[in-house]
Design a protein. Structure first.
Length: 303
């Protein structure tokens, strides 16, 4: 099967990303490795283990340590730190406890792109693995997973960065701009889900008063998200994109600490991927046609 020009796009969602981890494990079991992988927040983390050929690492990291206060602690958050212990998550775990295979990751011919948000401008930033070394890559992953109010911003390469989902929650347009003709999306919300405006916009303006771009991105993120998923739904009906997503809302929170629930959605992702395998194969074997995807998305932006 020729996967040239095919992108894998991975939504974020905190520990709901264990669903995505199950899907990626199925792909790996089938030897299905897409040449272009772009992820948001935990989607970028899951995608990196997929590219390094360590798909089971997603399940291990996202379940084994959820009750470890070094990983997740509300006490630390209340004390002025972050909800997630970033030094532990992006330092101790990949470097010591569950080693990440940097050599295989950087040697892979798969592209891997991490999405982050520039706090000054509110615009998305995209960081490709081939332009980063090991420490910088972990720094970028941390930035892409740093939600306002829950984590501190990350300074990198002259920018102040936070979670990529603020500026580009599902980077389909970026994939199209990079020339991909087929798009496989792993989403962590069911069909029909729409994001509501956050009641925290006022607090964000107060807390991040020096970052007007971040304020705008946060205030607009529900509109940006809803516009994107509407476009995805329309394109899916035309067989122009392929999505795998849960049939109903996942019974876990962004900061879920119940291991049984996390294992359950991992298994759900695996089984959903298996159920879609035949139709996904048919989609991937179809010769891409000029279907006006970019024009459709442009119309969505102006609506």
């Amino acid at each position: 099967m020729d996967l040239t020009g095919t992108a894998l796009i991975l939504e974020g969602g905190g520990l709901r990303g264990n669903y995505t981890a199950g899907v990626l494990r199925f792909f790996a079991d089938k030897g299905l490795f897409f040449p272009y992988v772009i992820g948001v927040s935990i989607g970028a983390c899951n995608g990196s283990n997929y590219v390094s050929r360590q798909p089971e690492r997603n399940r291990i990291v996202n379940t084994r340590y959820v009750r470890d206060p070094r990983f997740l602690s509300y006490r630390r958050l209340l004390a002025g730190g972050g909800l997630f212990g970033m030094a532990f998550v992006f330092g101790t775990i990949p470097l010591q406890l569950v080693p990440f295979d940097f050599e295989r990751f950087f040697a892979s011919d798969q592209r891997h792109i991490t999405t982050a948000t520039d706090c000054a401008t509110g615009q998305p930033c995209y960081y490709e693995k081939d332009h980063l070394g090991s420490p910088d890559f972990l720094r970028v992953l941390q930035a892409g997973c740093s939600l306002p109010l829950l984590q501190k911003p990350v300074r990198f390469d002259g920018r102040v960065l936070m979670d990529g989902g603020l500026a580009d929650p599902i980077p389909l347009r970026k994939s199209m701009a990079d020339g991909n003709a087929r798009h496989v999306l792993i989403l962590t919300q069911p069909s029909g889900y729409r994001k509501k405006a956050s009641s925290l916009a006022g607090l964000i303006r107060l807390r991040y008063r020096h970052f007007p771009g971040l304020q705008r991105a946060f205030a607009d993120r529900h509109r940006r998200y809803n516009e994107t998923v509407q476009c995805i739904d329309d394109l899916e009906r035309k067989n122009a994109v392929f999505t795998i997503r849960p049939a109903a809302s996942l019974a876990v929170s962004r900061a879920e600490r119940n291991k049984d629930k996390l294992y359950a959605i991992y298994d759900q992702g695996y089984h959903d991927a298996a159920a879609h395998h035949a139709s996904l194969t048919a989609y991937l074997e179809r010769v891409p046609e000029g279907d006006g995807n970019e024009n459709h998305l442009a119309q969505g932006r102006s609506a």
